[in-house]
Design a protein around this ligand. Structure first.
Ligand code: C2E
Ligand code: MG
Ligand code: MG
Ligand code: MG
Length: 285
């Protein structure tokens, strides 16, 4: 009996797997045509300096699916990464982000995510150079956000590609810092322009002493290496106060603005000015 139930459970499990696999294949098929059908969109989220001015916007891709609605990148970027689609999607993102930034007020930069297989599969320096040239965007106004995953497999090649990108004049950020297996070793292998402290640390600022200690240590480490430090996932005024006190260079999070189809409106900017009014409080001493 127990055995039968076991077999039944297994069959049920296999059936569920088939459905999942089927769903995945369908999504993958649909994704293949998404660019052609003009279903991808870029959303933009401001990255704010310590005084409240906008430094840049991070471009975050969404898939406007005719039936499923707005599909999050967490659902389709991994799928694109596992198939051969990430290079094309990545090119579309770069091109669209550069076109947008070329129309923004001068000081604003655009920050673009590059995932590990995109980094490996495409000739990224050539793709980036072409996008910059096509839209006449100054290289210095493009930031590429890469994650530690690019170093896995072949770190030497990754460093060579990063150096080629660096010589184009674009800026390079290490995203989700502190969540990988050997974050420090990557800082040793390549000199980034900035590190982005992962949201998991920022989220718990003010809740536990350890998170404060970790964010403070990362900020000092970054500054001692001559890098800028951005905190991701800032949601509360208390987190903002602590990060300003720690001397974090830039902040990003729902407190300032959620990712949106257009860049910050005048209302958003008024909100930023009021959030940053006054000197940072001394609270982390
Ligand atoms: P990421 O690069 O670390 O981007 C930050 C994510 O945190 C975004 O999620 C953003 O909407 C979200 N976020 C920002 N502020 C807050 C906050 O205060 N609280 C919380 N809870 N979340 C916040 P999103 O847009 O869903 O993107 C998820 C991930 O998908 C990104 O993480 C990035 O790894 C990837 N991704 C997004 N767009 C692209 C793209 O164009 N190309 C590639 N290769 N990957 C992308
Ligand atoms: Mg990012
Ligand atoms: Mg991140
Ligand atoms: Mg992330």
């Amino acid at each position: 009996r127990v055995k039968d139930e076991g077999r039944g459970a297994l069959r049920f499990f296999e059936a569920a797997m088939d459905v999942q696999l089927q769903g995945r294949r369908e999504l993958e098929q649909e994704l293949r045509g998404a660019i052609g059908r003009d279903e991808l969109r870029l959303f933009y989220q401001p990255i704010v300096k310590g005084g409240g001015e906008i430094e840049s916007f991070e471009a975050l891709v969404r898939w406007h699916h005719p039936v499923r609605g707005l599909v999050s990148p967490a659902a389709f970027i991994p799928l694109a990464e596992q198939t051969d689609q990430i290079a094309r999607i990545g090119e579309w993102v770069l091109d669209t982000a550069c076109a947008a930034a070329a129309r923004w007020p001068q000081p604003w930069r655009v920050s673009v995510n590059v995932s590990p297989n995109q980094f490996r599969q495409s000739d990224l320096p050539a793709v980036v150079a072409a996008a910059l040239a096509r839209h006449g965007l100054e290289p210095d106004r493009l930031v590429l956000e890469i994650t530690e995953g690019v170093f896995i497999q072949d770190a030497a090649t990754a460093v060579a590609v990063l150096n080629a990108l660096r010589s184009l004049g674009v800026r390079l950020a290490l995203d989700d810092f502190g969540t990988g297996y050997s974050s420090l070793s990557y800082l040793q292998q390549f000199r980034f322009d900035k590190i982005k402290v992962d949201q998991s640390f920022v989220r718990r600022l003010g809740e536990d002493e350890n998170s404060l200690t970790i964010v403070r240590a990362i900020t000092h480490l970054g500054h001692n290496l001559g890098l800028e430090v951005t905190a991701e996932g800032v949601e509360t005024a208390e987190q903002l106060a602590m990060l300003r006190d720690l001397g974090c260079d830039q902040m990003q999070g729902y407190l300032f603005a959620r990712p949106a189809a257009a860049t910050a409106s005048e209302r958003d900017r008024a909100r930023l000015r009021s959030l940053f009014a006054g000197e940072p409080a001394k609270i982390c001493a």
